[in-house]
Design a protein around this ligand. Structure first.
Ligand code: ZN
Length: 221
């Protein structure tokens, strides 16, 4: 294995401090920890970026981050946990790894401000449109969902109208369902009575109508 990340993930490097492992991932202490308990989660298969991982591996990485977060909270009582994973050329291992690290107020770890702000904050609408269009190209169903979301995010009045409509639809649906349920049961009883009149045995009537033996006995009276 040429990849250092692959060797770490598969336990082939010396002096690893593996804290948790399963068939998909390995959790190992960072050799240059930012704080006590700073851990890396690596997939055992070679992936560089998050979008390359198969769903099961990605899911298992996320589960491990939850497990580690809970563990670090219990052990070190941090003020918070940071989870990050740098991709592309910023991934020094060239093998996917998610950092899970405890944070403390004043620990000096920063979310850096951009050196050359390009005004992206003023173009959120345009940015969103480009991203949604690109997504929708790959997943047409998404477009419909996003249109609904866009409508919902317009204003409170639109949202209330939407909620009222959804509630009405849901009420109507359950009304129809319960009427159908009642209808089915009434029809079954009518059939059962006719069969009883013809002297058909209870077991056969029960099988034909789906009614319980008790229900059919009541009809006989
Ligand atoms: Zn690798």
């Amino acid at each position: 294995m040429d990849c250092l990340g692959c060797r770490i993930a598969n336990g082939l490097e010396p002096d690893l401090n593996i804290v948790y492992e399963n068939e998909y991932i390995t959790c190992v202490l960072d050799i240059e920890p930012f704080n006590e308990g700073h851990t890396l989660i690596l997939p055992k298969k070679h992936y560089w970026d998050v979008d390359e991982m198969d769903a099961k591996t990605a899911h298992t990485v996320m589960e491990a981050s939850q497990k580690l977060s809970a563990l670090l909270k219990r052990l070190y009582r941090p003020d918070g946990i940071r989870i990050i994973a740098d991709g592309g050329k910023f991934n020094d291992l060239t093998h996917y790894h998610m950092h899970v690290l405890p944070r403390y107020e004043g620990d000096g770890l920063l979310w850096g401000e951009p050196l050359h702000p390009d005004g992206a904050g003023e173009r959120l609408g345009e940015t969103r449109r480009r991203m949604v269009e690109e997504l929708a190209e790959k997943e047409p169903m998404l477009k419909k969902a996003m249109d609904t979301l866009e409508f919902l995010s317009q204003d409170a009045a639109a949202r209330m109208a939407y909620d009222a409509r959804m509630k009405a639809l849901s009420d109507e649906h359950s009304r129809i369902e319960s009427a159908e349920e009642k209808g089915r049961s009434e029809t079954s009883k009518e059939i059962a009575i006719k069969l009883l009149e013809r002297g058909i045995d209870l077991q056969t009537i029960s099988e034909a109508t789906g009614l319980l033996l008790e229900e059919i006995k009541e009809l006989r009276q």
